[in-house]
Design a binder for this molecule. Structure first.
Ligand code: NAD
Length: 260
């Protein structure tokens, strides 16, 4: 028996094998979970299919969260395969790359709405839809970044979206706690993914975090996966509404020792 044996979960956000969602899926599978996946668009299905196949998963459902009722429709499709699920991972984020540079105040109204809809509101919608398939409780998990609580260069509207996402974690934890559904977030340090590369100066931020984190490195997607599995499993049965950092300790540093 391993910590996710007998549990079924849905993973949203695998774009390729570098995705944080893939690190979580791989570790969850190793720890005994049976998984289903959603993908944003057909081009991503082609990359997801062999990865899912490598861990024996064959339920792949389209879900573009910018579309009306996308999560609800995806959960309806999932319910044709499984009647209940134990956990959901939301590893989705998007903002116009052109606005992940320069001043935050240049964010356009359209991109603000789009960023908040895809990166923040989609988690609330997913929580509502997936909780219907959790009659015996469950665990919901999303991914955040330090830029939601402190400023980091060029993160701009994504930082504002992550702040709202972290607040959503707390509100959803209260909404769903009575049904024994726990809601948490992992705030990961910089990882080299498609979304990570969209932020202007990503390499410099990666290097700075690596050099100044107490562990002297950034996390990889599998370390994020390990921490996620704790939050998805019954080992964290008393934990909800939390944002758990997996960043080599970087968020704890005020003045970096290397600067003195
Ligand atoms: P990624 O590019 O591999 O994953 C982002 C995912 O978002 C992709 O699978 C993409 O298909 C999905 N997505 C975007 N728009 C969507 C839409 N309209 N509908 C459905 N899915 C959509 O990058 P990642 O770094 O693995 O990102 C996953 C999460 O981790 C994001 O929330 C990101 O903000 C967060 N995060 C990333 C880092 C980092 O340094 N890479 C650090 C902390 C947190």
């Amino acid at each position: 028996m391993t910590i996710l044996s007998g549990k079924r979960g849905l993973i949203m956000g695998v774009a390729n094998e570098s995705s944080a969602a893939w690190g979580i899926a791989k570790k969850a599978s190793e720890l005994g979970a049976e998984l289903a996946f959603t993908y944003q668009m057909p081009a991503f299905e082609k990359r997801l299919a062999p990865l899912a196949d490598s861990i024996g998963a064959d339920i792949l459902i389209p879900c573009d969260v910018s579309e009306e009722n996308a999560s609800k429709i995806a959960m309806e499709q999932l319910s044709k395969h499984w009647t209940e699920i134990d956990f959901v991972v939301h590893a989705v984020g998007f903002s116009d790359k052109q606005q992940l540079r320069g001043a935050y105040y240049n964010t356009t109204r359209d991109n603000f709405k789009q960023t908040m809809l895809i990166s923040t509101f989609s988690f609330t919608e997913l929580a509502q839809a997936s909780s219907m398939m959790m009659p015996n409780g469950g665990s919901l998990l999303t991914l955040s970044y330090l830029g939601g609580v402190k400023t980091t260069p060029n993160y701009n509207v994504m930082g504002v979206a992550k702040a709202a996402l972290e607040a959503s974690v707390r509100y959803l934890a209260v909404d769903l706690g009575g049904r024994n559904i726990r809601v948490n977030g992992v705030s990961a340090g910089p990882m080299k993914t498609l979304a990570g590369a969209a932020i202007s100066g990503a390499r410099g931020i990666f290097r700075h975090s690596e050099q100044n984190a107490p562990l002297g490195r950034n996390p990889d997607i599998y370390e994020v996966g390990n921490a996620a599995c704790y939050l998805l499993s019954d080992l964290s049965s008393g934990v909800t509404g939390e944002i758990h950092y997996v960043d080599g300790g970087f968020n704890n540093v005020g003045v970096p020792a290397s600067d003195v």
